[in-house]
Write a new protein. Structure first.
Length: 288
């Protein structure tokens, strides 16, 4: 319990520090930024580039358009963040299942590990912005039992593409973590491969799997946001950031409000995965 409170306090302290650094930069640096020759080395800090934090927060309580009954910016950001959160968590589940299955196969067959692991690592070097249009194009041709592929499904698949890698690598490392003496003990007791997996390797993999899931969560959120922008999927926080950026002429605070919503989205997703840490805390001491 104390560790979780410390983690929450550190997160809040990090956010406060970021706000202080933002305002300090506006106070100290010149409005036009700092340039060396023709190269700008420090950004502009005027209100058109870096609005005050309280201006961004105030923007959340203003209507999107100047018409009666228009929804507030904060409501729009919250709705878009929830939409993206659902896609990111769906991609996380899909990617985590794929990563775990791949790790089990690589553990069971050494030849598969030698053949597949380099390509698993290589897959993460492909730019996401290049994959997104391909996934959207291929998915648009899929129709199963009368159900046609939806744009949100492309976002979920792209999100899972980023999420499976840390889970696969972390799970494989965790499954391989038991020391030889423990494995030999199970063999001496005539325990089969599946019994050793369930009783020894899976519990030992939990301390490696939880950090991998945290990384996968961050990757899934980033993948969902980038995929929404690349595929033009509406309703999510990624598309909302683009829409607010296009309308931010003299006041970019609305765009920063959407970015703030994306940051909070990442924290909420990480907190959801942190619940697994509570349920599996009995295995924290399994790392040797």
């Amino acid at each position: 319990m104390g560790g979780r409170w410390r983690s929450a306090l550190m997160t809040a302290a990090g956010f406060v520090l970021l706000v202080l650094l933002w305002e300090l930069a506006k106070l100290v640096l010149p409005d036009a930024g700092v340039s060396v020759g023709d190269t700008r080395v420090l950004p502009r800090t005027d209100d058109a580039a870096m609005p005050h934090v309280w201006t961004v927060l105030a923007q959340l309580g203003r209507p999107e358009v100047a018409v009666p009954g228009a929804r507030l910016v904060g409501v729009a950001v919250a709705a878009a963040a929830l939409f993206t959160l659902g896609l990111a968590l769906g991609g996380l589940v899909l990617g985590a299942v794929l990563g775990m299955v791949l790790a089990l196969v690589m553990l069971r067959f050494e030849l598969v590990e030698r053949a597949a692991l380099p390509y698993v690592v290589l897959s993460q070097t492909v730019p996401l912005i290049a994959i997104a249009p391909l996934v959207a194009g291929w998915g648009g041709k899929i129709a199963i039992l009368g159900w046609s592929w939806q744009p949100w499904a492309s976002v979920m698949v792209i999100s899972s593409y980023l999420a499976f890698f840390p889970v696969a690598v972390g799970m494989l490392r965790g499954l391989s973590s038991p020391i030889r003496a423990d494995v030999e003990l199970f063999r001496a007791m005539a325990a089969g491969w599946w019994t050793t997996l369930l009783r020894l390797r899976l519990p030992a993999s939990v301390p490696h799997l939880l950090p991998a899931l945290r990384l996968a969560t961050a990757a899934a959120v980033v993948g969902a946001i980038v995929a929404e922008i690349s595929t033009g999927t509406r309703g999510g926080i990624g598309r909302l950031i683009i829409e607010y950026a296009q309308s931010a002429t003299g006041d970019p605070s609305r765009m920063y409000a959407a970015i703030l919503g994306a940051a909070v989205l990442g924290l909420v997703a990480a907190g959801a995965v942190g619940l697994l840490d509570v349920g599996l805390r009995r295995y924290r001491g399994s790392v040797r």
